[in-house]
Design a protein around this ligand. Structure first.
Ligand SMILES: NC(=O)c1ccc[n+]([C@@H]2O[C@H](COP(=O)([O-])OP(=O)(O)OC[C@H]3O[C@@H](n4cnc5c(N)ncnc54)[C@H](OP(=O)(O)O)[C@@H]3O)[C@@H](O)[C@H]2O)c1
Length: 244
């Protein structure tokens, strides 16, 4: 018989960046169901407000919000600096880009670096003193299989660069905070059925054979976050292994 030593997220304060859509939106709803106090983040104040209202109905708590365009890195410190208590930081916001690099504009490259990479570093740096006030805190970075392997039949070079950067950041922070009551983990999913691609102007089907439902990732992330503080699912590669 397994003696479950799992860790409860009830009453923990959890921030998810990019939680107005896709994986992040499903994640905050599940966190609210588990009794966490959620901090929603998005760039659209109306979308953020609506979601917070919905979460308040789920868990009867005063869930909070941060509105910040992550493509403006100079605004991250002020926007996220208003958070006073935090137990779990889930960095999740991201934008997609694929195709020949010669067709990617410099502005778009900067946007990918800002949103996919710099925002993870900056939210972490801004919130580190707050996380350190928690008895046991966690940082989970949503990365991608693109953060550890390069596809052979097409390219998303700039996206790969940002996600490989996140792998380095996550591995380095996990080492830096080893044995310091701050658990740092990396989640590396394959293709998910979200609007990530459509927002980048790529017309994939809603359910391509190489995708899986983002709800699967929610369950995997919840598993990682609820392990006993003594152990760490330091990284999880979460792939589609039945492409049909
Ligand atoms: N879908 C996949 O196949 C897949 C695979 C591997 C990894 N991932 C990663 O998983 C994470 C979640 O992606 P998803 O698939 O759930 O896509 P999604 O539905 O498009 O969600 C991305 C989130 O990031 C937010 N965001 C984008 N640009 C922003 C900006 N400038 N400022 C603030 N927020 C911004 C979006 O806000 P809006 O709601 O305003 O658009 C949205 O909430 C990303 O890091 C992505 O790279 C996705």
């Amino acid at each position: 018989m397994i003696n479950s030593m799992s860790f409860s997220l009830k009453n923990k304060v959890v921030l998810v960046t990019g939680s107005t859509d896709g994986l992040g939106k499903l994640l905050v709803q599940e966190l609210a169901r588990q009794g966490a106090q959620v901090i929603v983040h998005g760039r659209d104040a109306a979308k953020v407000g609506q979601l917070v209202k919905h979460l308040n109905e789920i868990n009867s708590k005063e869930n909070q919000s941060v509105v910040c365009d992550l493509n403006k890195p100079e605004e991250v410190g002020k926007a996220f600096g208003a958070i006073e208590t935090l137990d779990v930081l889930i960095n999740n916001a991201g934008v997609w880009e694929e195709g020949d690099t010669e067709n990617v504009t410099p502005e778009r490259i900067i946007e990918l670096v800002n949103v996919n990479l710099a925002s993870y570093l900056l939210t972490f740096r801004t919130l580190l003193p707050v996380l350190q006030k928690s008895g046991f805190s966690q940082v989970l970075n949503v990365i991608s299989v693109a953060g550890y392997e390069v596809p052979i039949d097409y390219y998303h070079t700039i996206y790969s660069a940002t996600k490989y950067g996140l792998q380095g950041f996550t591995e380095a922070t996990a080492k830096e905070f080893f044995n310091k009551n701050l658990r740092v983990m990396g989640f590396y999913p394959g293709g998910m059925e979200t609007r990530l691609f459509k927002k980048a102007g790529i017309e994939y089907e809603d359910k391509e054979p190489w995708m899986f439902p983002p709800q699967e990732s929610v369950e995997a992330i919840l598993f990682m976050l609820t392990r006993n503080p003594k152990v760490s699912v330091k990284r999880m590669d979460f792939i589609n292994q039945l492409e049909k």
